[in-house]
Write a protein that binds this ligand. Sequence first.
Ligand SMILES: CC(C)(C)OC(=O)N[C@@H]1CNC[C@H](C(=O)N(Cc2cccc(Cl)c2Cl)C2CC2)C1
Length: 332
Amino acid sequence: FIIVHNWVIQRPSTLSETQYFGEISIGSPPQMFNVVFDTGSANLWIPSASCSPLYTACFSHNRYDSSQSQTYIKNGTGFSIQYGSGNVRGFLSEDLVMVGGIPVIQVFAEATAVPALPFIFAKFDGVLGMGYPNIAIDGITPVFDQILSQHILKEEVFSVYYSRDPHNMPGGEIVLGGTDPSYYHGEFNYLSTSKTGKWEIELKGVSVRGETLFCKDGCTAVIDTGSSYIIGPAASVTQLMKAVGATELYTVNCDKVEAMPSISFEFGGTEYSLTGEDYIHWFGEDLCVVTFSGLDIPPPVGPVWVLGASFISRYYTEFDRHNNRIGFARAV
Ligand SMILES: CC(C)(C)OC(=O)N[C@@H]1CNC[C@H](C(=O)N(Cc2cccc(Cl)c2Cl)C2CC2)C1
């Protein structure tokens, strides 16, 4: 199943981040929602019609109204997902969800409390987690697992293309059940997920100008379709900004971008490099920002590098649940 979305890419007019999302429907008759297909989480949550108007981030997005759906099944169990910036809280409901034309009777969360930050910047309504079931809150079977159990996909994989140049080709594409050769060239390199249950792989090193500066003894990288940027340990990212000639605020002079060094991530035996063009965001004509951010994610998850959209838009990514592996190929 190819879900071709006019995935809106937010040219960051405001300081919002690049956001990639696609449309699903919930309920009968269908209520439409824009969701991030997020490999870093495994739950589906959507703003609820019963959220208080005090929650601007909830009230300013499309909200699910169970009273309008003939296929709604009441659940009512409490739900809370702990983001860095605050919790999304609500309760569970069950209804018919349509993803790329595939029907799923899905337990999901109606969010009645959504933190203003960062969700007032969100152009999407909710999140559809594409992670493994064992990171799913309340032990809910994720959407993709429900699709797998229908045995309708050619392969037990999904693939993600994020467009790099939103002006020419805004959007991207998620394919359920295979890959789309029109968006990559060359062969795939595959990396086994380090521990089943998370879309993460072994990172061998991070280098600039051929010198491995970080993660020298190996570390973990999470391939996260729900993150816009690349997140690394704070000290490493601070050092990296210096190495590429950016200020502490991650800004660079736009006419220096071409001259910036590539940053390479070594997976398996292959170097995956990002040029200055790949890792710089143009916030208008003369504000260029490096799309990295420093964050020390505490053990047991961290220390970890999170590779988000700025990496995926250069490397077409296949998430393979059959072989528990991630494949990269050069994106067009
Ligand atoms: C532990 C657990 C809670 C499961 O971790 C996660 O869910 N981890 C998620 C991992 N993927 C990114 C998610 C995230 O940061 N946002 C916020 C966001 C991202 C980009 C741009 C915007 Cl505007 C926003 Cl609001 C979700 C909406 C995707 C958190």
